[in-house]
Design a protein around this ligand. Structure first.
Ligand code: F6P
Length: 299
């Protein structure tokens, strides 16, 4: 293996830049040429590719978003489009591909691997919905953004004695909602993984009022239902003044937390090592360890 490429795909996540940086530095440490594909799989189909050097990944570890840009590429669900992508990668002499993204990006990477281009997935999504890792890159930052907003909303909720329904991101996964709900002290969370009953939610809010707690916070995961409908139901059934806030894409941006930067760096370093280890003829290790990680990233 001589030449690898890296791309970011799907929804961006804070920490993706740190992962790109680690992949490039680690690959260069092993003498590989590294190419960056811009705009994910869509960019691959357009051969939007550039050579990466150490300088390409300078001053990005602290930045949110992705310096390689990203896109959602519906055409990639089609087999013939993926065959075309493999043809392009082979033409460009790319021996292996690192895909930083969420579940859709992983599915694409798996298909390319089956078609003969070995791919490594690095879990980068605020949704925390990738099997095999406790945390994905971006989750910690998004969670902290969400709870900062929820804490602020609580101030006004308390002052006006209102009920707030707050929608957080997470298409099919309630992790952001659960973690935000638990760590910001919400009354309840409504998530796709658990059946929710509006009567129980209402009963919880009413019990709180009877105990003297006149404001409530209800967290709804994006994929679990319509926050506005939940708010309407609560107001109608309780008579308590209710407001709805959708946190939206603010959760996807911002400076990555230290945890996300470290997680991304370790994924980039360890996965390039393991994933391509056979091709690189390296001895497998249980974990590189932080001291070795510093050596290999020339830190
Ligand atoms: O996959 C991350 C995510 O932020 C989901 O939580 C959300 O459902 C989706 O992306 C939104 O995607 P888009 O930015 O394309 O609207």
């Amino acid at each position: 293996m001589k030449r690898i490429a890296v791309l970011t795909s799907g929804g961006d996540a804070p920490g993706m830049n740190a992962a790109i940086r680690a992949v490039v530095r680690k690959a260069m440490f092993h003498g590989l040429e590294v190419y960056g594909i811009q705009y994910g799989y869509a960019g691959l189909l357009k051969k939007d590719i550039k050579k990466m050097e150490l300088g390409s990944v300078g001053d990005i570890i602290q930045r949110g978003g992705t310096s390689l840009y990203t896109a959602r590429c519906k055409e990639f669900f089609q087999h013939e489009v993926r065959v075309e992508a493999v043809k392009i990668l082979k033409e460009l002499g790319i021996d292996g591909l690192v895909v930083i993204g969420g579940d859709g990006s992983y599915r694409g990477a798996l298909e390319l691997t089956k078609l003969g281009v070995p791919c490594i997935g690095i879990p980068g999504t605020i949704d925390n919905d990738i099997l095999g890792t406790e945390f994905t890159i971006g989750f910690d930052t998004a969670l902290n953004t969400a709870i900062e907003a929820i804490d602020k909303i609580r101030d006004t909720a308390m002052s006006h004695e209102r009920t707030y329904v707050i929608e957080v991101m997470g298409r099919n996964c309630g992790d952001l909602a659960i973690w935000a709900g638990v760590t910001a002290g919400a009354e309840t969370v409504i998530i796709p993984e658990r059946k929710s009953d509006i009567n129980e939610t209402v009963a919880k809010i009413v019990r709180g009022h009877e105990r003297g707690k006149k404001h409530s916070i209800i967290i709804v995961a994006e994929g679990a239902g319509n926050a506005f409908e939940v708010g309407k139901q609560i107001e109608e059934r309780t008579g308590y003044e209710t407001r709805v806030t959708v946190l939206g894409h603010v959760q996807r941006g911002g400076t990555p937390s230290a945890m996300d930067r470290m997680l991304a760096t370790r994924f980039g370093n360890n996965l390039v090592y393991y994933g391509f280890e056979e091709a690189l003829r390296l001895e497998p290790h249980v974990d590189l360890g932080l001291a070795k990680l510093c050596d290999e990233l020339s830190i």
